[in-house]
Design a protein around this ligand. Structure first.
Ligand code: TMP
Length: 203
C-alpha cells in the first residue's frame, strides 16, 4: 500500500519516548533518510487545536466518549494530511503515540473497551497500522514524577497502572510489531535499544 515506513512510539507518562523519537529521527537523517516527525494528539494545525482541548487541565467536564472521538478526530486529520502523503512519497514517518495509546488510555483506562477503539480506528486510519512500534516502558511512580502536569497526568495512579499494564499486554500479544524497551536506564542505553528495534526495517 505504501512505499515509506511508519514507526510509532508508545509508553506510559514520563517514559522518555519523545526524546527517543528525536534521537532516532536525527540518526535516520544522518543515515540519509527523509524523516517526518509527528505526534498524536496534534501533528497538524487542526490536531493542535484538538490537543489543547484534550490536555487542558480545566476541562474536567470532558466526557470519556468525547475524549475518544477527539483523539480520533486528531488522528484522522494527521493520517490524511501528513502520514499517508509522506508514506506515499517513500518517507519514514515517526509518530509520537497512535492507536495503541487509545487502546491503553480510553479503551482500558476509561473503560470504553477495545472494540470501540478498533471501530473508530477503521474509520480514521483505514487500515494503516505501524510497521513497528517502540514501547518505552517505565514504572508508574517514576514516570509520573518525570511527566508534566496535564489533564491526563492528574488521573489517579490506578488509571496509570491500567494504562501501563495494557501497553505491556499489547506488546505481549503482538511482539512482532511492538518492541518493549526498558526506559528506566540512561538515554543512550535506551537509544541503542531503539535503534536495534528498528534497524532491520532500514535494509
Ligand atoms: P504526550 O504526553 O505523549 O504528549 O500525550 C498526550 C496525552 O494524551 C498523554 O497523557 C496520553 C494521552 N493520549 C490518550 O489518552 N489517548 C490517545 O489516543 C493518545 C494519542 C494520547
Amino acid at each position: 500500500m505504501t512505499k515509506g515506513l511508519f514507526l510509532t512510539f508508545e509508553g506510559p507518562e514520563g517514559a522518555g519516548k519523545s526524546t527517543q523519537l528525536n534521537i532516532l529521527a536525527e540518526r535516520l537523517r544522518a543515515a540519509g533518510h527523509e524523516v517526518i516527525e509527528t505526534q498524536e494528539p496534534g501533528g497538524t494545525r487542526i490536531g493542535k487545536q484538538i490537543r489543547q482541548i484534550l490536555l487542558d487541565h480545566g476541562a474536567t467536564d470532558l466526557k470519556p466518549t468525547t475524549e475518544l472521538l477527539l483523539m480520533f478526530a486528531s488522528r484522522a486529520q494527521n493520517v490524511d494530511e501528513v502520514i499517508l502523503p509522506a508514506l506515499a512519497a517513500g518517507k519514514i514517518v515517526l509518530c509520537d503515540r497512535f492507536t495503541d495509546s487509545t487502546l491503553a488510555y480510553q479503551g482500558a483506562g476509561r473503560g470504553l473497551g477495545a472494540d470501540m477503539v478498533y471501530d473508530l480506528d477503521r474509520i480514521a486510519c483505514r487500515g494503516l497500522v505501524p510497521h513497528r512500534t517502540v514501547l518505552i516502558d517505565i514504572d508508574v511512580a517514576t514516570g509520573l514524577a518525570r511527566a508534566e502536569q496535564t489533564r491526563m497526568e492528574q488521573q489517579p495512579t490506578s488509571f496509570h497502572r491500567t494504562v501501563r499494564d495494557t501497553f505491556l499486554q499489547l506488546a505481549n500479544d503482538d511482539s512482532r510489531r511492538i518492541r518493549l524497551i526498558d526506559g528506566a536506564r540512561d538515554k543512550q542505553a535506551v537509544a541503542s535499544d531503539v535503534w536495534a528495534a528498528v534497524a532491520d526495517l532500514m535494509e
